[in-house]
Write a protein that binds this ligand. Structure first.
Ligand SMILES: [Zn+2]
Length: 189
């Protein structure tokens, strides 16, 4: 075989890989058209009973924190031991202790599009476990300061992220919970 005849094959392989790359990139980054609209249509609940606007003084989603990373969550100040309620229907997919988040809950929504993430829990609700289905308003645990939260300022760190194609609890794109909670507060007035 003459060497020159390999080129069409090599070019064909290169084009094949490039096409595959585009397909994979599209699959990995296929955002829901408007996450806010989708989540707003779910009428998410408030994560704490007696939640007041002053418990969440400002939108800190984009703030850069001590570790140099954006906060990508909202913090809700509350007394230690305050019940933490599921903000939507879903499944408790993972209970995890992390250095930053302390005791955490990862709750996937029923469609496995989004994950609701609750951190710094003082402890979990009795009987809560991985794989358990929960409904909006169900007790998940209690406000605390585990992880890197100040013991003087117990709070709930609440995040929402859009899961990736593999639906891994540790992979996602953060979505700001602040305007969604504000919308719920407005509706309750
Ligand atoms: Zn936080």
């Amino acid at each position: 075989m003459k060497r020159a005849s390999l080129w069409p094959i090599l070019i064909g392989i290169a084009v094949g890989f490039a096409t595959l790359g585009i397909i994979l990139a599209t699959a990995v980054d296929s955002p829901v058209a408007d996450d806010f609209a989708v989540l707003a249509s779910r009428n998410l609940g408030l994560p704490l009973p007696n939640f007041k606007r002053t418990d969440m003084p400002r939108d800190t989603f984009g703030e850069i924190r001590a570790d140099g990373k954006p906060h990508e969550a909202t913090d809700i100040m509350a007394a230690r031991g305050t019940p933490i309620l599921a903000i939507g229907d879903g499944t408790v997919t993972k209970l995890f202790y992390s250095r930053f988040g302390g005791n955490t809950v990862y709750e996937f929504d029923p469609q496995q599009i989004y994950c609701y993430y609750y951190a710094h829990l003082d402890g979990y609700a009795p009987g809560i476990g991985e794989g358990m289905a929960v409904h909006k308003g169900d007790l998940l645990g209690y406000v605390g300061s585990t992880g890197n939260a100040s013991p003087d300022a117990p709070h709930l760190h609440l995040a929402i992220f859009r899961l990736g194609p593999l639906k891994q609890w540790w992979v996602g794109t953060a979505i700001n919970p602040y305007p969604l909670l504000m919308k719920t507060l407005d509706q309750q007035r």
